[in-house]
Design a protein around this ligand. Structure first.
Ligand SMILES: Cc1ncc(COP(=O)(O)O)c(C=O)c1O
Ligand SMILES: [Zn+2]
Length: 432
């Protein structure tokens, strides 16, 4: 059966129906897709915009009772939270990359350096393709399968393409991934090893995204993970929030610092924390959410500082290419969450991004990519400017791996000396 994945679902389904032809429980305990703006609900399917007001749709659930023990008894990957995701109960049976349950490290050295009493790094660079994107893609893959998609695809700033290409390969699905042609070489290779269909587009991410929407409107059977199955995809980011709470011993941190491109990840960590409170899995308490951008692509930070909700799209010009989305879909929700929670959105220069990469590497032995350099650099700036309280327990999220953006710091590091292979030469080098 061929599925038209770009059709807009118009039938209201506040009763919680799913599309015909779907198997029972295809989306787990998800009830419907609900509009973030007007609350209107539509049936579960490949829809992403509200038929009433064009607002973004997100997954709404009728959650069952879930206990900490049930979650702890699950696998050491994101499927331990499957009851809280739009995936079927037999999800572990379908080949996927099984991301998640990455390490949460206490960052004593970095904390001391920045003057933060209790600091943790949630290190998502250890996922299967070395970024948090494996989480969202795993959920998108489940939706694509249940919707009988023929092509698994995405527009990407790099990491998403890596994750889609790898997961599609595991699933035996045809993948087509679109990237800006000026993307870092390692990210290009990291997609091309998994798929013959890496398409480099002469344009920036926003151009690539527009092209993807066009293809989604023309072609049948394509699941663009962050376009026409975006509501399911975005739910994968909740698992980052769940894991932070579980790994802290079922507690929420006081403050969390998260990089912002489209803003989806930040909004979903907040959603995860609120769900855990509503489900009684953690105690309710205030927490502050901070967003991090690079100055060369900082539309959300600019709006935050101007005290406005109007996010002006920008043309990105930064080494933080994975964050280079000039027209962020969820930017307005990032502003709302950061303001409401008492957090902030801040940005730093490309030099500070490089400094951030080296700071994390040299204090904690974690090599992050430019997105993490941005996050750590912003964390430093937030402390220095008094926006982040250093006495409160803080989690900083490292979303990606430094080997993918080697060029960012390649000129700043290297051998202390090049010497002949003799003890005398070593002594003469003055390295120690
Ligand atoms: C490493 C990394 N961190 C953060 C982000 C930002 O994610 P979001 O678009 O959900 O804000 C991206 C997006 O591609 C990324 O690749
Ligand atoms: Zn609406």
């Amino acid at each position: 059966m061929s599925t038209v994945l770009h059709e807009t679902t118009t039938a209201a389904a506040s009763t919680g129906s799913t599309r015909k032809g779907l198997r029972e429980g295809a989306f787990g305990h998800a009830r419907a897709l609900a509009c973030r703006e007007c609350g209107h609900e539509v049936e579960l399917g490949p829809s992403y915009a509200c038929p009433e007001c064009f607002g973004p749709l997100e997954v709404a659930y009728d959650f069952p009772n879930v206990t900490r023990e049930e979650i702890a008894a699950g696998p050491a990957n994101i499927w331990r939270y499957k009851a809280l995701l739009p995936v079927p109960s037999d999800i572990e049976q379908s080949p996927n990359t099984e991301p998640g349950f990455t390490r949460l490290l206490q960052a004593h050295n970095l904390g001391r350096e920045l003057g933060i009493d209790t600091l943790w790094v949630k290190d998502d660079s250890t996922n299967p393709t070395n970024s948090f994107k494996d989480r969202v893609v795993a959920c998108a893959l489940s939706a694509a399968r249940e919707l009988d998609a023929k092509v698994f695809a995405c527009p990407s700033t790099g990491n998403l393409a890596n994750a889609v290409a790898a997961a599609g390969a595991r699933a035996g699905m045809k993948t087509v991934v679109f990237i800006p042609s000026n993307l870092e070489k390692p990210k290009q290779v990291n997609s091309a090893v998994y798929t013959d269909h890496l398409v480099a587009v002469d344009g920036n991410y926003d151009d690539v995204n527009k092209l993807a929407s066009e293809i989604a409107g023309e072609e049948e059977g394509w699941a663009f993970v962050n376009v026409n199955v975006r509501p399911f995809y975005a739910e994968g980011s909740k698992t980052l929030g769940y894991e932070i709470a579980e790994q802290l011993g079922w507690r929420l941190p006081d403050q969390v610092v998260i990089p912002v491109a489209s803003g989806s990840q930040l909004t979903k960590v907040d959603k995860a924390f609120r769900e855990l409170v509503a489900l009684g899995l953690v105690e309710d308490k205030p927490y502050k959410v901070f967003g991090a951008q690079a100055t060369g692509c900082s539309p959300v930070s600019v709006a935050y500082k101007a005290g406005t909700d109007a996010i002006r799209p920008v043309k990105p010009d930064t080494i933080a290419k994975s964050l280079a989305i000039g027209n962020p879909a969820d930017g307005i929700y990032v502003l709302d969450i950061c303001r409401r929670s008492g957090g902030a959105v801040e940005d730093i220069t490309d030099d500070e991004v490089r400094d951030g990469i080296l700071l994390l590497a040299r204090t904690e032995g974690i090599f992050t990519e430019t997105a993490g350099g941005t996050t750590v650099g912003v964390l430093k700036k937030l402390v220095e400017t008094g926006q982040l309280d250093p006495t409160l327990e803080t989690v900083v999220i490292n979303t990606g791996m430094g080997l993918k953006t080697l060029d960012a710091v390649a000129d700043r590091v290297g051998p202390a000396a090049t010497i002949a292979p003799s003890y005398d030469a070593f002594v003469a080098s003055g390295v120690l």
